[in-house]
Design a protein around this ligand. Structure first.
Ligand code: CS2
Length: 479
């Protein structure tokens, strides 16, 4: 089912290599039992890989839908869903053909989504729709005033035309399942949010309820929202990666994915209609996911965001480059100290989280210079990401009577970056731009309020962040 070529030597690519297909690489085409929203590189290096590695992979096919653009679905459909996963270690690459995606579909094909979600065989819906797509307000609930939420609600209410947001599409598809009497299933959120199962529940039920209270009740009674902590560093695929696969594997794959060798998946929740044996590939099922989530969101993702803003302000492009800068490294270590002081493990046993080893492993993973993980990719959607990565640590520090210096430093770097970046991408980009027109503490307070209104009311935090602005300099950044 898979091809492994350890440390393959680059060969001269033949002029006409055969395209990757299920004839070239015979692979069982499993029946669709999983529907995925958010077909991107991370889904393929993570959930698709875990499913492919499961002992019962032949029973579990994935139908994966793209978000805004059809491109990824078109490229994958050309290869009958097959793609090469390049596991890029310090010492070399290894290549695996992953065959669990059996249908790759343009997200705009909402009728196909509804048909598949309504099929009794479908047991699991996985989501990687980005943190920002849950349209959470600063209060943790669906922001019903967001313009695309308003537009989707109008479309749902009119019954004509298809929703355009992943949430709107999912709600419509769940309505189809209810109408078909196809019964319960699990929605598995794989986005980097704390308590992501609850977040997905609140967003889906919030949107459904604003359309049809009966549907919201049915979702509550029938759909299990599973929380997960997902981890695998997966940078964007480049043309060089495509060429490397071609040279090493002897076929043409227009859609390979490059990832680090490390992968981790912790899940918590019920699967009323069954699931693949993901544990065969190392997934772990736990009763209490919060300690694992916090460890990953604060230590890995927190450091990523700090490096993304501080690193770009210092003129760096990739995570490995930023980490090699002593000023950035020192900031990360300080943030980790603060985060660590507030991490408690399962049953209060922080020792079980093995933080020193986790930190050491992160330094090694971030320093893998063969993985060009671009800071600009991580910097996107900061107003949402900081709520999970900086705010909880800052709040916990303040509650202990401490300043929260390093978490505040992360926010100050985001603030400096927001004023310097030429292509600032964020769901609140317009509000950020407006706040940046203000001056002094007013500006800091307005920007902080977009991340966490309560912190914006803490004068000591506002003062501290204002002092910390400029720490990493303010050269022009061009993401
Ligand atoms: C990154 C994550 O882009 C980002 O915000 O922090 O995608 C990170 O690479 C993954 O969570 C690693 O598992």
């Amino acid at each position: 089912m898979s091809t492994e070529l350890q440390n393959a030597q680059a060969a001269e690519p033949a002029v006409e290599l055969p395209p990757l297909s299920r004839r070239l690489r015979p692979a069982t085409k499993a029946p669709v039992r999983i529907v995925h929203l958010g077909l991107g590189a991370f889904h393929r290096s993570h959930q698709a890989w875990y499913t492919h590695q499961s002992a019962d992979a032949a029973d579990w096919g994935i139908a994966a839908f793209t978000g805004r653009r059809p491109d990824a679905a078109l490229a994958l459909a050309d290869q009958e869903g097959l793609f090469t996963l390049v596991e890029r270690a310090d010492g070399g690459d290894s290549f695996t053909v992953v065959s669990s995606i059996v249908e790759a579909v343009d997200g705009a094909e909402v009728q196909r989504l509804a048909e598949l979600v309504a099929a009794p065989a479908t047991a699991v819906i996985t989501l990687t729709i980005t943190e920002a797509a849950y349209r959470l307000g600063a209060d943790g609930h669906l922001d019903r005033t967001a313009s695309d939420v308003v537009a989707d609600l109008a479309l749902l209410a009119s019954g004509s035309g298809n929703p355009t947001t992943p949430l709107g599409r999912l709600v419509l598809a769940l309505a189809a399942r209810r109408a078909a009497g196809a019964g319960p299933l699990a929605v598995v959120c794989c986005d980097n949010l704390s308590n992501n199962g609850t977040v997905a529940h609140n967003a889906v039920v919030g949107l459904a309820g604003a359309w049809d209270a009966g549907l919201a009740g049915w979702i509550d009674a029938n759909i299990s929202f599973v929380s997960t902590s997902v981890d695998r560093i997966t940078p964007r695929t480049t043309d060089n990666d495509v060429a490397a696969v071609q040279a090493a594997c002897g076929y043409r794959d227009n859609s390979p994915v490059v990832a680090e060798p490390f992968a981790n998946w912790v899940l918590s929740g019920e699967f009323p209609a069954g699931r693949p044996r993901w544990e065969d590939a190392g997934a772990v099922f736990v009763a209490d996911i919060e300690p694992y989530e916090n460890r990953k969101l604060w230590l890995l993702n927190g450091a990523h965001s700090l490096l993304a803003y501080a690193g770009q302000l210092r003129g760096h492009t990739t995570v490995a480059q930023a980490l090699a800068d002593p000023l950035c490294l020192q900031a990360v270590e300080k943030f980790w100290d603060e985060a660590e002081a507030n991490l408690s493990g399962p049953d209060g046993n922080a020792g079980e989280l093995r933080i020193p080893a986790y930190r050491a492993a992160l330094l090694a993973r971030f320093s893998n210079a063969r993985i060009a993980h671009h800071l600009a990719q991580i910097a996107m959607d900061g107003s949402t990401k900081l709520r999970m990565r900086a705010v909880p640590v800052l709040q916990a520090e303040r509650a202990e009577g401490r300043s929260g210096w390093a978490a505040a430093l992360m926010i100050s770097a985001w603030i400096d970056y927001s004023a310097a970046a030429t292509a600032f991408q964020d769901p609140l980009a317009a509000e950020v731009a407006a706040a940046n027109q203000l001056g002094g503490p007013e500006r800091i307070r307005a920007l902080l309020a977009l991340v966490d209104p309560a912190l914006a009311g803490d004068a000591a935090v506002v003062d501290l962040i204002e002092d910390l602005c400029g720490t990493f300099g303010e050269p022009a950044v061009s993401p």
